[in-house]
Design a protein around this ligand. Structure first.
Ligand code: F6R
Length: 229
């Protein structure tokens, strides 16, 4: 497949360029089905998109948002719920009405199949090369499933929840789902992602770096200079 790498000066530029990329595709196909990452990296981009919706220059009312990952064992109103984060950051501000939640693997997989799969996957890059919660090692055919988070992911997610413990069990959209998206946008920002982005783009395709398999897809990497000097 093809890999297109776009380098921008900083995280502000990343947000604008990411919003341009996705808005273009929503305009071309208003009923786009989008896999939606949470985490810090895409938040600026989602803010830009929300501003365009508010300004009336972008209509997302026919978009379907598909949840990428979730912790297990949380009450629905738990502040750590990734569904809640996706709704606050993406679904509600963009006026999206259709959501495929990641509640259990069989239901999720069936709903996605009925929708004809993903048009677009919007992803961040884990510090250990994970995608969603596809922790290393994850093979390209790894299905949607329950997983135990690695110590590295627990540590990196700790920053999101201000003192609350990070649940150790999670559920993730599979590598098979992610790699079957028609197009993928990988957003990467910061010096702490430099080495893992290098491994994902320039190293061998290996389950030890799940993101390395994105090179099998129609991939756009949007990185700032700190992540890709
Ligand atoms: C979030 C997710 C994670 C993050 C990754 C990077 O839904 O699936 O894979 O994308 O851990 O997180 P940030 O963007 O916070 O560096």
């Amino acid at each position: 497949m093809s890999t297109h790498i776009q380098i921008v000066p900083d995280s502000l530029a990343l947000a604008g360029a990411g919003a341009d990329w996705l808005a273009h595709r929503i305009t071309r196909k208003p009923d786009l089905t989008i896999l939606v990452a949470t985490g810090q990296t895409p938040m600026g981009m989602y803010g830009h998109l929300a501003a365009r919706v508010q300004a009336g220059t972008l209509d997302c009312s026919r978009v379907t948002a598909v949840q990428l990952d979730e912790y297990m064992g949380l009450e629905p109103d738990d502040p750590r719920s990734l569904r809640g984060w996706m709704e606050r950051a993406f679904v509600f501000p963009l006026g999206i009405r259709n959501v495929v939640p990641l509640d259990d693997p069989a239901t999720f997989t069936a709903r996605l199949r009925d929708l004809g799969g993903l048009d677009v996957a919007v992803l961040g890059l884990g510090p250990n090369g994970h995608l969603g919660f596809n922790e290393p090692p994850s093979s390209p055919d790894a299905p949607t499933r329950e997983v135990t988070l690695t110590p590295e992911s627990l540590e990196s997610n700790r920053g999101y929840w201000d003192g609350l413990a990070v649940p150790t069990q999670a559920i993730t959209a599979g590598m098979d789902v992610i790699l079957a998206a028609h197009e993928t946008l990988l957003l990467v920002s910061g010096t702490h992602k430099q080495a893992i982005l290098g491994a994902a783009l320039d190293g061998p395709q290996t389950p030890d770096v799940p993101a390395s398999f994105l090179r099998r897809t129609a991939l756009t990497v949007l990185a700032d200079r700190e992540a890709r000097p």
